[in-house]
Design a protein around this ligand. Structure first.
Ligand SMILES: *Cc1c(COP(=O)(O)O)cnc(C)c1O
Length: 360
C-alpha cells in the first residue's frame, strides 16, 4: 500500500488513524455484528454514536448550552438557502463578498429577499479580506453573512466584522476545527464536513437557540426548517449515518491531538513552512496579501501557465496530488487541512525547491 500526500481542497485527506479504525470496525462495529453502514438510525447503538459525536464536538469547540448542533444534508450549498429561509424576517440581509462561496450564498439569498453587498474584494481577485470595521449595515437587516475562510482564493478573516449588533452568520466549511473560535460571537456558524472534518454528505450547523423558530419564509420545506431538525435531534429522517460516525472519530482524534489550541499551533507551523518558502522563492509566489492568508488553503503561481502545468504534472508523479488550482483561478493550491502531516508540507517544499532549481 502506498498513500500519497493529498492536497485536495475537498473531499480531502482524513487522519490515517481514523481510516484504520473504521476499517477495523467495517464488518462488526463493537460487537453489534454489523457495519455502521447497515445499522438503523433508530437503533440504540447508532443513537450512542450520534450523541457522542455531538458531545465531543461541543467539548472541542466549547459550544454553549444555548446553541443547538444540527447534522444536516444537502451540503453547504443547500444551507445557502436555509439561511434566508430561516432568518429573513425583514427580507433584508448584508453579505460580504470575499469569493465564489460568499457570492453563491449572496445570489441564493436574492431569491428570497434583498441581499445587500456590504463590502467586496472582487477588485483584486479576492486576494484580501476587506476592512469590515464600519460596514453600511442598516437597522432593517436580519443578519450579516460571511464566508470565513475562502477555500478557492486562500483568504481568512483575522478579525470578525463589526456587525453593529446584527446576527453574524458564518460559513466555516474550510476552517472547521482548524483553530478555536468563540461560538458566542455568532448567531449561526456552519460548514460542510468534507473539507476538514470528515467524508462528504453532512453539514454541521451550530445555531443559537433563539434563532430557531417556526417563523420561516412561506414555502420553506419541512426538512429545511431548522426547527424540524432541532426538535428531532437531527433524526427527523435518515441522517448521513456513516459520515457522522467518521466525523465522531475525527473529533476523538482531535481531542487526542490536544484539542483546537494544539491544532492551531500545528496548523500555523505547517502554513509557515509553505509561506516562508513562497516569500523567498524566485519562481513561485503566493497570491494572497500576507495579512489575509489562510492557514488551510494556500494558492500560488509561477506566473507562467505552462510552467504551472508542468509543476502539477511532475508533482503528481512524485506523489503530491491535487495541487492544481481551482478551475476559476488557475495556478496551484495546496490545501493543508488538519490531517495533512507536517512531513507532507516539508516534502512538498523540498520538491518545489528542486523544481525551482531545475526550471528557474
Ligand atoms: C466547498 C465549500 C462550499 C460548498 O460545499 P458543498 O458542501 O459542496 O455545497 C461552501 N463554502 C465553502 C467555504 C466551501 O469551501
Amino acid at each position: 500500500m502506498s498513500r500519497v500526500y493529498n492536497f485536495s481542497a475537498g473531499p480531502a485527506m482524513l487522519p490515517e488513524d481514523v481510516l484504520k479504525e473504521a476499517a477495523a470496525e467495517m464488518l462488526d462495529y463493537q460487537g453489534s455484528g454489523q457495519s455502521v453502514m447497515e445499522m438503523s438510525h433508530r437503533s440504540k447503538v447508532y443513537d450512542a454514536i450520534i450523541k457522542e459525536a455531538e458531545k465531543d464536538l461541543r467539548d472541542l469547540m466549547n459550544i454553549p448550552d444555548n446553541y443547538k448542533v444540527l447534522f444536516l444534508q444537502g451540503g453547504a450549498s443547500l444551507f445557502f438557502a436555509q439561511v434566508p429561509m430561516n432568518l429573513m424576517k425583514n427580507k433584508k440581509a448584508g453579505y460580504i463578498l470575499t469569493g465564489q462561496w460568499a457570492k453563491k450564498a449572496y445570489q441564493e439569498a436574492k431569491i428570497y429577499g434583498e441581499a445587500v453587498e456590504l463590502a467586496s474584494s472582487a477588485d483584486k481577485t479576492f486576494s484580501y479580506i476587506p476592512d469590515c470595521s464600519n460596514l453600511p449595515i442598516t437597522d432593517d437587516m436580519d443578519y450579516v453573512y460571511i464566508c470565513e475562510n475562502n477555500t478557492i482564493y486562500g483568504t481568512k478573516y483575522k478579525i470578525l466584522p463589526d456587525t453593529k449588533g446584527k446576527i453574524l452568520v458564518s460559513d466555516i466549511s474550510s476552517c472547521f476545527l482548524s483553530e478555536p473560535i468563540d461560538v458566542t460571537k455568532y448567531g449561526v456558524v456552519y460548514g460542510g464536513v468534507q473539507k476538514n472534518v470528515g467524508p462528504a454528505g453532512c453539514v454541521i450547523a451550530i445555531i443559537r437557540e433563539d434563532l430557531i423558530t417556526d417563523e420561516c419564509l412561506p414555502g420553506t420545506p419541512t426538512m429545511m426548517k431548522w426547527k424540524t431538525q432541532a426538535d428531532n435531534d437531527s433524526l427527523y429522517n435518515t441522517p448521513p449515518c456513516y459520515t457522522i460516525y467518521i466525523c465522531g472519530k475525527v473529533f476523538k482524534w482531535l481531542k487526542k491531538m490536544g484539542g483546537l489550541e494544539a491544532m492551531k499551533k500545528h496548523n500555523e507551523e505547517k502554513a509557515k513552512i509553505l509561506y516562508d518558502f513562497l516569500d523567498n522563492s524566485k519562481l513561485f509566489k503566493g497570491t494572497v496579501e500576507p495579512a489575509s492568508r489562510s492557514l488551510m488553503n494556500v494558492p500560488f503561481v509561477t506566473g507562467n501557465e505552462e510552467l504551472d502545468a508542468k509543476f502539477v504534472k511532475e508533482a503528481t508523479a512524485a506523489g503530491f496530488v491535487n495541487l492544481k488550482g481551482h478551475r476559476t483561478v488557475g495556478g496551484m493550491r495546496a490545501s493543508i487541512y488538519n490531517a495533512m502531516p507536517i512531513e507532507g508540507v516539508k516534502k512538498l517544499v523540498e520538491f518545489m525547491a528542486d523544481f525551482e532549481a531545475k526550471n528557474a
